[in-house]
Design a protein around this ligand. Structure first.
Ligand code: UD1
Length: 418
């Protein structure tokens, strides 16, 4: 293949959990081009002697400084080439708006490959547009690569589950993070040849940025150094818990939200609980009159209230996770990050699409009952967890993904020529 040839990839990001999954892939594309520039002859850029242009598209599903912009700085992601600026809306309105705006971009850019990550509305919207696009009368369209394919909670009440299933079924290349994903895709009849077990790009980011995160000053900013947090741990840091909650099923009904907060009272009476609250959650707790459970000040832990803080950037959050006695969450990604960090995690959900975090990791599914949360939290605080890091969560997943993509580009081009 001609080493001066250039192929185009569109990588899509839209919402907070996309940024740390896409960042290593964008970096791997940059590394590929850098290797080719240094050694353009045979052997340059591994076996693939062509360059790659990445067009980064941000849908704007998340748009705040705290939900989006900060992550670009923290994760060294370049400024998006295209910003669709869709903002919030109902699922239908948001998905439809992304589709309309993304179709124009696709027709203009005519990439060889689309890369979508995770399970948010942006993931499905862009995959669906690409599955139906045609650049010519032969129906030429980009290959669709789905990163984090195959995860299933088996709960179709979750919008993310619908996004996962549909994206997987229109994708050409399915990149899987854990063994359960391989089984799920096989049961759904996805041909083996499309499926690639590569590990977890979110863990690539964690490993790449852990040292930098450790030098964050967030523990000082939240007065969690010894002597200020109220409950001393053995090292220089106070013993504290970290909480995140944002699933519609947990925070959109007053009774469920209240129940969870009551389940957390024992924990917050014992240790400081730091709660960087998602905008959805902040809106709900005000609307439901649940402010009595929270305080917004910076130092006291006298009355057992949960410390509400603004959503944090990637490095600050990673630092807080890494020093927490326990993390209580309903997020998907945090279950994986805590497994890798060896930090006990209590998941406030009835199910998880990431069973490896329970099987070999540090995660316990607590459900959403008061007693379930109390028991799981007690158990995790007492545990001396030692997590085994799941297979291939080794910091090299993005490179594996890029190797497969390059191989497929070569295949597709030689088929088109024949
Ligand atoms: C989305 C994803 C979810 C992911 C979560 C992480 C879907 C279906 N859901 O849920 O999988 O775990 O992001 O954060 O794609 N808002 C702001 N500022 C922002 C973004 C949102 O204030 O930058 C507000 C919106 O106005 C809305 C609420 O947050 O009221 C929810 O935002 P939305 O993007 O609809 O879904 P998330 O709950 O964030």
């Amino acid at each position: 293949m001609d080493p001066t040839q250039k192929f185009k990839i569109i990588t899509v990001v839209g919402a907070r959990p996309n940024f740390m999954k896409a960042a290593p892939i964008i970096a791997a594309i940059g590394d590929h081009n850098a290797r080719l520039a240094v050694s353009p002859g045979p052997g340059g850029a591994g076996e693939f002697r062509f360059s790659l242009q990445n067009v980064l598209v941000h849908t704007g599903q998340h748009y705040d400084e705290v939900m989006s912009d900060r992550f670009f700085a923290d994760l060294n992601i370049p400024k998006p080439d295209v910003h669709l600026g869709v903002g919030s809306g109902s699922h239908a309105a948001q998905t439809a708006e992304i589709m309309k705006r993304f179709e124009e971009v696709l027709l203009r850019e005519r990439p060889d490959v689309l890369v979508v990550v995770g399970d948010v509305n942006s993931t499905l919207a862009c995959a669906l547009v690409t599955a139906k696009i045609s650049f010519d009368d032969q129906g030429t369209r980009p290959l669709i690569a789905h990163v984090e394919a195959g995860l299933r909670s088996f709960d179709r009440g979750m919008p993310e589950e619908i996004n996962r299933i549909l994206t997987d079924h229109v994708a050409d290349l399915l990149f899987v993070t854990e063994q359960s994903g391989l089984r799920n895709l096989c049961k759904e009849g996805i041909p083996d040849g499309k499926v690639h077990f590569v590990g977890n790009t979110m863990i690539d980011s964690l490993l790449a940025f852990k040292a930098k995160a450790d030098s964050s000053d967030i523990l000082d900013r939240l007065s969690l150094r010894n002597g200020n947090g109220g409950h001393k741990a053995t090292d220089e840091t106070a013993r504290y818990a970290l909480l995140t909650l944002h699933r519609p099923s947990n925070v959109d009904q007053r009774a469920t939200f209240l129940n969870i907060l009551e389940g957390l009272e024992e924990l917050s009476n014992t240790y400081p609980v730091i709660f960087p609250a998602h905008p959805r959650t902040q809106k709900r707790l005000a609307e439901f009159g649940l402010e009595r459970f929270f305080e917004t000040g910076n130092t006291s832990h006298a009355d057992g209230r949960i410390r509400l803080v603004e959503p944090l950037g990637y490095l600050d959050f990673l630092c807080l996770m890494g020093h927490a006695a326990v993390v209580v969450t309903d997020s998907g990604g945090i279950q994986e990050e805590t497994t890798c960090l060896g930090i006990p995690c209590v998941t406030v959900r009835e199910n998880t699409e990431r069973p490896v975090t329970v099987r070999v990791g540090t995660n316990i599914l607590a459900g959403t009952s008061k007693e379930g949360i109390r028991q799981a939290t007690r158990q995790q605080l007492a545990s001396k967890v030692s997590a085994a890091v799941p297979e291939a969560w080794d910091g090299k997943s993005a490179q594996r993904i890029l190797d497969v993509i390059c191989r497929e580009i070569e295949k597709k081009r030689s088929l088109e020529r024949s």
